[in-house]
Ligand binder design. Structure first.
Ligand SMILES: [Zn+2]
Length: 249
């Protein structure tokens, strides 16, 4: 392992006193997670194998296996097989958060209209922050995203309308990680995937692409009120299409 070896004393020192109801595997997983969040490892680093970690933490291999499983579930690490394998750090993604948020909001019976209200508030901020921080690099990414959308269609995957990637690109370029996390959650939850006949989704896709082009134009011009107006109008149109769809169901 060399330079990438675990600083066990640092990890164990961060453990604190064990809490009731938590298993040894939970504690070890939490310790390793903290060390990853403190950036003691880089993406791709192998933290240790089942064997070396069971020695370091002085626990059985099934306990280490369980700790690895917990870290895999949280999307922080993956277990690599074979020689030189073991628990490896991966880039955390928003996917587990999105899935958990979806389950929570659906369970609580949050209405689509409420999620849309929250979405509009977030996207107004995204549009404002991006318009005010626009530069050549961001313009290039926006243009590439629009070109990809023109090639592939905006939001149709195998005949189903799904949340639109362009909104995620805008949120990410706005430079606020929290916005970039919640925009796709609310986008997915506020617009349900709908089955549309092929003739109809081609039309819908073209209308949406046109709206995105006009929003991006205003962002590139740095015109905050115009960009916000166009985004608000676009989201209202999506909500209306959703309402009509639900009435027809
Ligand atoms: Zn859109």
């Amino acid at each position: 392992l060399g330079a990438k070896a675990v600083n066990v004393s640092a990890i164990q020192g961060a453990a604190g006193s064990p809490k009731r109801g938590r298993t040894k595997a939970d504690e070890i997983a939490a310790d390793i997670e903290r060390s990853i969040l403190k950036r003691q490892f880089r993406v791709g680093d192998v933290i240790g194998s089942e064997e070396t970690m069971s020695t370091r933490f002085a626990v059985s291999r099934p306990v280490i296996r369980e700790a690895f499983r917990i870290l895999e579930m949280s999307g922080m690490a993956t277990v690599r097989r074979g020689p030189g394998g073991g628990l490896a750090v991966i880039e955390p993604t928003a996917d587990p958060v999105v899935a958990a948020a979806e389950r929570f909001l659906e369970y609580r019976g949050v209405r689509r209209s409420e999620m849309l209200t929250a979405r509009v508030a977030l996207e107004m901020t995204c549009v404002e922050q991006l318009s005010l921080s626009i530069d050549e690099a961001k313009i290039a990414i926006l243009r590439e995203a629009l070109a990809a959308e023109a090639r592939a269609g905006t939001q149709v995957v195998s005949g189903q309308v799904v949340a639109e990637q362009m909104h995620v690109v805008i949120a990410e370029l706005a430079g606020n990680v929290a916005l970039a996390l919640f925009v796709p959650v609310l986008a997915r939850l506020s617009t349900r995937a709908t089955d549309l006949p092929e003739s109809e989704w081609a039309d819908r896709s073209a209308v949406i692409h046109h709206a995105h082009v006009s929003i991006v134009d205003a962002i590139i011009a740095g015109d905050v009120p115009l960009a916000q107006h166009r985004m608000r109008r676009h989201l209202a149109a999506l909500a209306e299409a959703q309402r009509v769809q639900e009435m027809n169901d």
